[in-house]
Ligand binder design. Structure first.
Ligand code: DP6
Length: 334
């Protein structure tokens, strides 16, 4: 007889994009305008349990112990619908998700959330997809989540079809010990979330230039990672982040994520590199500054960041592992 409850728990880490994803050519399938590269981060983790239960009248979503707001609930339920369709099941689920990073830090990340939800969800639904399919399914929940399915240095291929757009590992986390020091300058939740931001990318006259040059930046970044060439990495990472923010600033309506403190940290990082420190900055759709540095320079960079007024907190993250299953119950095939 079929088990009544099938549940699975998974853990996934957030990732920081070194070459950014910004804009989709198919928003429904989340097929991105350009390929991207990221580093999976330990220390910024989401743990999620998904329990399918035939007796539930609807999906129930709890995030950090409280019932999710309507926007998050419907986004998670839509992703569960995808999983149910693929697995051929119809039961609703209880989803319990916990982030270990400070929820007020303005870092609420859909990358770790949808990677953990996808892995726990597909296994609880009785499927055993390989990493490539897992990444593809996670992509439809949140683009950046397809990269958090893998550990270490990761590339996500832009493609014309669903089957060809997935993420793959470029190098394991042991390959290069970079440190991400995240300077929190603003704890507010972002005004315009990434999903809406992606839909505005094409309103900027700069987006075609950003996209058509992406293959060049991907190649430089890929080579810099494989050869552990920090100087090459630093210049392409900063240029790519600046290009994305140039598109954001010139969209209609314009998206302005920086604060005066953001700019102050960016300038300081640039000067420190001039002095000989291995450090560069990159920003997502928010004001907080990710300062990437080599392990040997991380302590000095952290010391210096601590002396910049207006930084509320510094989070430290190291290269992280792929998404992993923690527990499976009620499904004899696992
Ligand atoms: C600026 O993956 O959060 O962080 O696909 O709508 O969930 P959705 O967007 P999301 O976008 C991430 C944008 C970014 C750059 C990046 O991570 O590549």
């Amino acid at each position: 007889m079929m088990e009544k409850t099938r549940s699975a728990s998974a853990i996934a880490r957030a990732n920081i994009a070194l070459i950014k994803y910004w804009g989709n050519h198919d928003a429904n399938l989340r097929l991105p305008a350009n390929s991207s590269i990221s580093l999976t981060l330990d220390g910024l983790e989401t743990k999620t349990r998904v329990s399918f239960d035939d007796s539930l009248p609807a999906d129930q979503i709890h995030i950090n112990g409280v019932s999710a707001d309507e926007e998050s609930r419907s986004r998670v339920a839509t992703h569960l619908d995808r999983i149910r369709r693929l697995a051929g099941i119809s039961s609703f689920a209880i989803v319990e998700s916990q982030n270990n990073f400070p929820s007020g830090a303005g870092l609420a990340s859909s990358s770790s959330a949808f990677a953990a939800l996808t892995l726990a969800g597909v296994v609880a639904a009785g499927m055993q997809p390989d990493r490539k399919d897992l990444s593809r399914i996670a992509r439809m929940g949140s683009g950046s989540a397809c990269r958090s399915v893998l550990g270490g240095y990761v590339i996500w291929y832009a493609a014309q079809s669903d089957t060809e757009s997935f993420a793959e590992q470029l190098a394991p986390r042991e390959h290069w010990h970079l440190v991400d020091l995240i300077a929190i300058v603003d704890r507010q939740h972002k005004h315009t979330g990434s999903t809406l931001g992606h839909s505005l990318a094409d309103t900027s006259p700069l987006q075609p230039a950003r996209v058509s040059d992406a293959a060049r930046r991907i190649e430089i970044c890929r080579r810099a990672i494989l050869e552990r060439d920090f100087q090459e990495l630093a210049s392409v990472v900063e240029q790519d982040s600046n290009l994305m923010h140039a598109v954001m600033l010139t969209s209609t309506p314009p998206l302005m994520y920086w604060t005066p403190q953001t700019l102050e940290v960016m300038r300081a990082v640039y000067d420190w590199r001039d002095e000989g420190f291995d450090v560069c900055y990159t920003l997502d759709a928010g004001p907080n500054v990710h300062c990437l540095c080599t392990f040997h320079h991380a302590e000095e960079v952290k010391n210096r960041l601590e002396h910049i007024p207006g930084i509320l907190e510094i989070l430290e993250a190291h290269p992280g592992e792929q998404a992993q299953l923690i527990e499976v119950e009620g499904n004899p095939s696992h």
